[in-house]
Design a protein around this ligand. Structure first.
Ligand SMILES: Nc1ncnc2c1ncn2[C@@H]1O[C@H](COP(=O)(O)OP(=O)(O)O)[C@@H](O)[C@H]1O
Ligand SMILES: [Mg+2]
Length: 558
């Protein structure tokens, strides 16, 4: 369907073709347009060759060339891909040279490209073209969620809204009429933003979060309880020995299983028993069997100091501080000792009977900074291991099983640079380790990551390199821009330069799930996440407001 008048008189001609650029001369711009659609930077062109292939290119700039009394327009366009026999192929290299004809593409042409390339049952839409809101941009929902996703953009560019929009759509789409669909999303929410956007979510914050310390694996246990820098073998041995001893004491299963208990077994032990044992060892005196023959202690048994006498004082102090720290109650308190393994998983996955929900929001804003990494690590690892075990079970039950996980999970990390930074500091070690593992292997077990960050250059490269779908919003920091540029395919041409000037909610959508890299406007969410914007100017204009400092003190000291 080419517009006809250009056939009669050649008005536009391709004068140069490069892998990443097509140059076109137009004599009369007035005649080089589609009815009622004015051409602008970002409009699409169709360039046909002699072999029934049509290259779709997007206009990057216009120039005017003046010479010998004629004024020509030169259009530079970026080749997006070739339409051949109704099928779209990425890239522009397969066009036969020289191209025959060039015309502007109609909205219908563009719509057709997007629609025809996604199978309707797989189609997932949350945006439209930024240059034309009539053109919805469907993507392949299977490919989108099946591979890790990154949303990057400076603060205020629209990351949180985009995230909320995607999850709102994902949790509301249904094949038939039922209450909950089978989507499973867990959001790590550092700024308490998402409760408003998901009023029916399974909401976990510091007031109802119960996370058992006894589920930590050996590395996490050591990171949390030991002074790892000191590298003290005595500490480590006593710690390990007392945990395994107490686990075996409390274990009620059969003897064979009991013997297999080790430091990584996610089985209850009492941290106070570890403290008691350490105190005992720190003050232990061993009877030599002799008695004092003279002096003050005459007749009393002679005692030797135990091998660890006085050597565990630092460890004991450290442990006592933690056990007595009220802020760590969610982790070390009585509730953490009483909760079962099953309850913990049900809570985190949103599978609590009668309270099932598609989305679990884990509000981390009240979690003390020094335990943030371990909290995120433990939860992430539990979800990963759950996926692993679930797959194993499914394969045992049915060796022919092709789908590893029939209730796949999306794990969402807001401000991902806070848990998986490009840094080797030990305080990030465990969260980095568990999330990197999901980045590398999660897909096999139905666990996908969605990472949002305003500082992409500060995120672990291992993790970013595994992302297949990118939503790049306005990004102003040059270091971050350069970093994102490196991660994205090289064939994006100047599309990528637009990143600096995007409006709120505009994004460059690139990846396996989308047929063309596209600059889109994300649809507004049905209910917005809560904003951190404080209307200073409005508030400052109000009458002086008194603050109850004693109430603040009470809360502070809680
Ligand atoms: N898709 C969108 N459409 C319209 N406005 C948006 C969109 N996304 C974000 N905004 C606006 O931009 C502001 C910042 O968005 P937000 O998602 O909080 O950004 P970020 O998480 O990147 O800091 C929001 O308050 C909202 O008003
Ligand atoms: Mg945000």
């Amino acid at each position: 369907m080419m517009t006809s008048d250009t056939n009669e008189k050649i008005n536009a001609q391709v004068i140069a073709v490069f892998p990443d650029k097509v140059k076109i001369v137009v004599e009369d711009l007035e005649h080089f347009k589609v009815a009622e659609e004015s051409l602008k930077v970002g409009s699409y062109l169709k360039i046909a060759d002699n072999e029934n292939a049509v290259l779709i290119a997007v206009i990057e700039n216009f120039q005017i060339s003046v010479g010998e009394g004629v004024q020509n327009y030169i259009i530079e366009a970026f080749p997006l891909g070739v339409l051949r026999n109704g099928k779209f192929e990425r890239g522009g290299d397969s066009l036969a040279i020289p191209p025959k004809e060039v015309v502007p593409a109609t909205i219908e042409d563009i719509k057709k490209i997007y629609e025809d390339t996604v199978n309707p049952v797989e189609s997932f839409t949350f945006s439209h073209l930024a240059s034309n809101k009539e053109v919805a941009v469907p993507i392949n929902g299977n490919k989108f969620f099946n591979k890790h996703i990154a949303i990057v953009g400076s603060t205020g560019s629209g990351k949180s809204h985009t995230l909320a929009k995607i999850i709102q759509k994902a949790t509301s789409e249904k094949h038939e009429d039922f209450h909950l669909n089978n989507s499973h999303v867990i959001v790590f929410d550092v700024h308490s933003e998402y409760k408003t956007a998901f009023p029916n979510a399974n909401y976990i914050d510091i007031s109802n979060l119960i996370l058992p310390y006894w589920m930590l694996n050996s590395e996490e246990l050591e990171e949390f309880f030991l002074d790892t820098e000191a590298n003290d073998h005595n500490q480590r041995n006593i710690f390990k020995e007392s945990i395994i001893f107490d686990r075996k004491q409390k274990f009620t299963g059969d003897e064979d299983d009991k013997q297999k208990i080790h430091l990584d077994s996610p089985i209850l032990f009492d941290i106070n028993e570890v403290l008691n044992f350490s105190k005992f060892k720190n003050t232990e005196q061993i009877d030599t069997g002799e008695v004092y023959a003279s002096g003050d202690k005459k007749g009393q048994p002679k005692l030797n100091q135990g091998s660890l006498y006085g050597k565990l004082t630092n460890f004991i102090n450290r442990l006592e501080n933690k056990i007595n720290d009220k802020r760590l109650d969610f982790f070390l308190g009585e509730k953490s000792k009483n909760i079962t393994f099953e309850e913990t998983l049900q809570n985190l996955l949103g599978f609590t009977p009668k309270k099932e929900s598609n989305i679990t929001i884990i509000d981390l804003s009240g979690v003390p900074f020094e335990v943030l990494s371990i909290t995120v690590s433990l939860i992430s690892r539990l979800i990963f291991e759950y996926g692993y075990i679930y797959k194993k079970l499914r394969c045992i039950e049915n060796p022919e099983e092709k789908i590893n996980n029939d209730a796949p999970i999306l794990l969402v990390y807001e401000e991902a640079h806070k848990y998986v930074p490009n840094s080797d500091l030990s305080k990030y070690r465990s969260s980095k380790l568990s999330i990197e593992r999901i980045a590398k292997e999660g897909r096999k077990y139905g666990v996908t990551l969605l990472l949002a960050s305003q500082r992409p250059s500060e995120i672990s490269e291992t993790i970013f390199a595994q992302c297949n779908n990118f939503i790049a919003m306005r990004l102003t920091n040059p270091v971050d821009q350069a970093y994102v540029r490196k991660l994205l395919p090289d064939s994006l041409g100047s599309l990528i330069d637009k990143m600096t000037s995007f409006k709120q909610g505009e994004a460059l959508l690139v990846g396996e799930s989308i047929i063309l890299p596209s600059i889109v406007q994300i649809e507004p969410c049905s209910i917005a996440p809560s904003s951190n914007d404080i209307p200073y100017w409005e508030l400052w204009k109000n009458k002086w407001k008194d603050i109850d400092i004693s109430k603040i003190k009470t809360e502070w000291h809680k």
